[in-house]
Design a protein. Structure first.
Length: 309
């Protein structure tokens, strides 16, 4: 089996997913760490088949217009729903069950989105906020206040997994196309939001921190290590250290403007002036606040549209 984009999939990919879901249904759920890690691994395996399923559904409904962006959201939601509801003793193989449910979701999509729609409305949240998009959804679902129920936590895990994969692929794409300037800025914005996310968690063992730690190599490798060193008091190389270690105070940063040199601990997410001070201290680059804001908007646009990935 090969997707239109050239990626091939074997029966082993589907067999592995079925085996992981079987193990997930038979694991002792009181061992939360083991259950959580296996579930995250399973979601990751199914996410890799998105191209295959998109091509399959597009071919099946060739006389319709299936938006790839809208399909991506439905696909992720379907994964979470199916893993939660699947019962081995009542259903066929998980991959068969998943394909059937996904087909129903696609039919719903085609009924709902008969006309071309904007990306923002495609990612509108449950409250009907037409300005919402994928990046906003990730950030809102990753806030502690919005993760009270088990279902919300599972959805957060899936979105975080997907988000990290997007960041990895986006930076890799930019590097391949020799867009080093964009890479530098994007890593800055990704890093400040990562620190903000970790620092606002109530525990380093929260669902969000566990998800980040499960993907720790990718999560940390995408970050701007210089910015971490610039803003943390201690050496910080892991998610746990990011949670426990102390941030510096404004008066400990070089190149920060005089009015900001207070004894106050750095705000998260980092303000533009922190990024400006870092760029001047580490790269000798004096950049305006307007440039930072413009590049930040471009970064958010890239993440929302999922282009160049």
């Amino acid at each position: 089996m090969r997707s239109k984009k050239g990626r091939s999939f074997s029966q082993e990919d589907f067999d592995k997913i079925n085996q992981k879901v079987y193990e997930l249904n038979n694991i002792d759920k009181t061992d939360s760490a083991v259950f959580y890690n296996l579930k995250t691994e399973t979601i990751g395996l199914i996410l890799k088949l998105e191209e295959y399923y998109f091509d399959k559904m597009s071919s099946r409904y060739s006389k319709t217009y299936l938006l790839e962006d809208v399909f991506a959201t439905a696909y992720l939601d379907c994964i979470v729903e199916c893993i939660n509801k699947y019962k081995p003793d009542k259903n066929s193989k998980f991959t068969t069950y998943f394909a059937q449910i996904l087909n129903y979701r696609v039919l719903d999509i085609l009924e709902k989105y008969k006309k071309d729609i904007s990306l923002d409305s495609a990612f509108a949240n449950e409250d009907g906020d037409g300005d919402s998009n994928l990046y906003d959804l990730i950030e809102s679902k990753c806030s502690y206040e919005s993760t009270e129920s088990a279902d919300n936590l599972q959805t957060v895990d899936a979105y975080l997994t997907r988000y990290i994969m997007y960041i990895v692929e986006l930076l890799d794409s930019l590097n391949r196309n020799k867009k080093s300037a964009l890479v530098s800025y994007y890593k800055l914005f990704y890093t400040t939001r990562l620190i903000d996310l970790v620092k606002k968690e109530p525990s380093n063992n929260s669902e969000i921190c566990q998800s980040l730690k499960y993907h720790e190599n990718e999560t940390i490798n995408c970050a701007e290590k210089g910015l971490i060193d610039f803003t943390y008091v201690e050496i910080t190389n892991t998610i746990d250290e990011m949670f426990f270690n102390s941030l510096k105070r404004y008066n400990q940063l070089p190149y920060i403007d005089e009015k900001s040199k207070t004894d106050k601990v750095l705000d998260v997410p980092y303000r533009n002036k922190i990024l400006l001070a870092y760029l001047e201290a580490y790269y000798g680059k004096k950049v305006s606040d307007a440039v930072i804001s413009k590049m930040k908007k471009k970064f958010d646009s890239e993440i929302c549209s999922l282009k160049n990935i």
